[in-house]
Each structure stands twice: as C-alpha cells, then as structure tokens.
Design a protein around this ligand. Structure first.
Ligand code: ZN
Ligand code: ZN
Length: 254
C-alpha cells in the first residue's frame, strides 16, 4: 500500500491511497482541472480511481468531488449528514451512504470510517488498510476523543492535522469569532493537540508521520514538526509536512 497527498490546507484537500490495482481518493477540494493536474503529478489518471470517500461538506474537502465523480463515473461514499448538506450536487451520481462506525471495502482497500467532533453535519475521518498495513488519517477535528485514540493506535502511517499554533492563532489577525471556531471543541487540532494525541497513541509500528492541514496564517511547518518530534522523541527529518501547493509525494508502506 502507498499514499500521497494532492494538497493539504484550508484551500483544498485530497489524498490518494493505492494498493494492488485499487485507487481510492479521500476528499477533493480542487477544481476538475487542478485535480487532474495534481493526479498526473503523482503519475495517476482519474480513470485509475475506484472510489472517492468524503469526510464532510466543507468546501476544502468536497467542492471538487461531484464534478470529478460525474466526469469520470467514480462512485462516492459519504455519511448521511454530509450527503444531506450537499444533496443537489450529488443528484444522479452513484453514492453510498456509510454507517460511520462500519468498515467497508473499495476493491482491495479496506475503509474504516470513524466519527469526529467538527462543525459539520456528520463528519468522519478514515483508516485505510490492505490486510497488513494501516494508514490513519485525522484532520478537521476539534479535539481527540477516546474513540479516535482507539482507532488510530497501532497504525503504520498517520496523517495528522496540525492546523495552528495556539499562540499564533491567539495573537493573529483573525476576527474573534473565527479564533473561537478554529480553536474550539468543534474546530481544528492545534500542533499541541496533535502532539498530545500522538503521545497517547501506540506508535510502535509507525513508519510515516505526516503533519497536514496547516494554516498558512496561523502556523509554520517548523512549529508543527517540533511539536510532533517532541511527542515521538524523534529527529525532525522523520516528520513530513504536507503543503497546500505541493501536497506530499508517494509514501510506500512496506
Ligand atoms: Zn478542512
Ligand atoms: Zn472542515
């Protein structure tokens, strides 16, 4: 199994998982042309995707999903609450409503959704597996729950939200209500939140750790890296940072 990010941040997110002959896209917050260009940068065509799974209805995750699904006839999996929030865009498409606690398969990829606290209709995040390895993804969560800890423990790779540095958010120029939203219980994980979660996880199998969904205004890559290094007691080089423009190149889970 391997994975890559097409881009990560509040201006658009997408991640691709591949195993055997199956390709699964997680979210798509990019235009059709940008998605095709970003896939081709990774050596992929849209036709190689067997499914799209969606975390929630915020534009940076869903804005490109229906167009991509319609143009290339790709089936979509999302929660009832996410679909309700975007029902017009998905009319006539091959859509499966997921049980947010039940695993399902897309070709050779096992997909385990799990609910997260975030200000959306019925938000989920996912763990992907191939029977041997597990990739856990967590972005867009206001805080870590015991269920999140249980699900993400023992993963071989983690993509973990490091949205903001708490000090930069507090001292920055966001209006008060936005600071409250981003830093609140249904907002986004800070660097320190991500590090605290990582400390509590069983990380013995971890091969890859990727800091994701960094705010351009309220964070710096080196602050996210420092927080995650502190949690794992590892060297900085070992932590990858997914960026808005470049995403992250393929990572093999051997
Ligand atoms: Zn987001
Ligand atoms: Zn969101």
């Amino acid at each position: 199994m391997r994975f890559a990010l097409l881009g990560s941040g509040s201006e658009g997110n997408a991640l691709v998982v591949q195993t055997g002959r199956t390709g699964v896209l997680l979210d798509c917050g990019f235009s059709l042309s940008a998605t095709v260009a970003r896939l081709s940068r990774l050596g992929l065509s849209p036709e190689s995707l067997n499914g799209i799974v969606v975390t929630h209805e915020h534009g940076d995750h869903i804005s490109g999903v229906a167009k991509l699904a319609r143009r290339f006839s790709i089936p979509v999996w999302l929660s009832h609450g996410t679909l309700r929030a975007q029902s017009a865009a998905f009319a006539g498409l091959a859509v499966t409503e997921i049980d947010t606690h039940s695993a399902f398969a897309i070709g050779e990829v096992e997909v385990q959704p799990y609910p997260v606290p975030h200000d959306a209709g019925e938000p989920v995040q996912f763990v992907f597996g191939d029977g041997a390895k597990r990739l856990g993804v967590l972005t867009d969560a206001g805080h870590a729950t015991p269920h999140i800890e249980a699900i993400l423990g023992g993963c071989d790779a983690l993509v973990l939200e490091c949205n903001h540095d708490a000090g930069m958010l507090a001292g920055g120029d966001y209006p008060y209500h936005l600071k409250q939203r981003v830093g609140g219980r249904f907002g986004h994980l800070s660097n320190d939140d991500a590090a605290a979660l990582l400390r509590r996880l069983d990380s013995r199998r971890l091969q890859h750790i990727v800091a994701a969904h960094l705010s351009r205004k309220n964070n710096l890559p080196e602050l996210a890296v420092r927080a995650l290094c502190g949690a794992l007691g590892c060297v900085a080089d070992w932590i990858a940072v997914a960026t808005q423009d470049e995403g992250l190149d393929w990572r093999e889970m051997a």
